[in-house]
Write a new protein. Structure first.
Lengths: 171, 101
């Protein structure tokens, strides 16, 4: 029991520290790498909560996919990202104050609410249950998600294509 | 002391506030996108917490869909940012204030 609490706070600290650094680091490259710390912390939280499939998905999709995408984005727009430097985060104090107030309000609201909770379910494999749900109750959503991914893929490829050198007048 | 639902919600609230702060303070469009990812992760932590303390897996299915949406959103948003960079040679959201075809 003690180990779980310690690990929870360790991963929570990783996630919050990574998130704060991602929000406040003056350089966008540092923010992207802080996001890595945050995502790994969140993965640990999922694993501790017994959501094993979700933890692996988080690692594969976020760390393996989204972060690499961000790194490419930073590389491809690198000149200005470096040039902005200290001016990258504007109104830092106001942003910090706003974020603190928002967090305080949310925490106050959460601590006053009462949730009906069952006993924590013992950790067991979730993959089978998730698969049955995805191809059973949520089959429509599942198919829509695949269509959405296809549309997003085509849309992204269409958006980043090179235009012909002499620009056509807009219709 | 055990880890309860409130701990998950607390962590989610803090990450959410961090993400919102990043969205409103960053000037680089990629920084704004980082904030959005933080917000989505905060939502997922809440979902996982509720899943653990409600005994069902449905919340985890929704968390999976959130991950799928986040990946699609990141791809399209980065494509838009690259187009913006092509047109304006910067990705400063403060200066990208004109919408013209």
């Amino acid at each position: 029991m003690g180990a779980e609490v310690i690990l929870f706070w360790l991963f929570a600290a990783m996630a919050v520290a990574g998130g704060l650094m991602a929000a406040l680091m003056p350089r966008i490259v540092h923010a992207v790498f802080s996001l890595l710390l945050c995502f790994v912390g969140v993965t640990g939280i999922y694993a501790l909560a017994g959501a094993d499939f979700l933890a692996v998905t988080q690692l594969v999709v976020y760390v393996g996919g989204v972060l690499v995408l961000f790194a490419f984005g930073v590389l491809l727009t690198g000149r200005t990202a470096l040039a902005l430097g200290d001016k990258e985060v504007r109104h830092r104090k106001t942003g910090l104050l706003f974020g603190t107030l928002l967090a305080a309000g949310l925490i106050a609201a959460i601590s006053r609410s009462i949730f009906r909770t069952a006993a924590a379910t013992p950790a067991e494999g979730t993959t089978e249950g998730l698969g049955k749900l995805l191809l059973g109750d949520y089959i429509i959503l599942f198919e829509f998600a695949s269509i959405l991914l296809l549309v997003a893929l085509i849309g992204a490829a269409y958006l980043v294509r090179r235009q012909a050198p002499p620009p056509e007048p807009p219709q | 002391m055990n880890v309860g639902l409130y701990h998950y919600l607390l962590l989610g609230a803090i990450l959410f506030a961090t993400g919102v702060a990043a969205v409103v303070t960053r000037r680089n469009a990629i920084g704004v996108l980082i904030g959005v990812e933080l917000i989505l992760n905060a939502a997922n932590i809440n979902l996982v917490g509720f899943s653990r303390f409600s005994g069902g897996l449905d919340a985890q299915v929704f968390a999976l869909f959130v991950i799928v949406l986040a990946a699609a959103e990141a791809a399209v948003a980065l494509a838009i940012i690259l187009q913006l960079f092509d047109k304006r040679t910067d990705v400063d959201v403060d200066r990208a204030s004109s919408l013209r075809g």
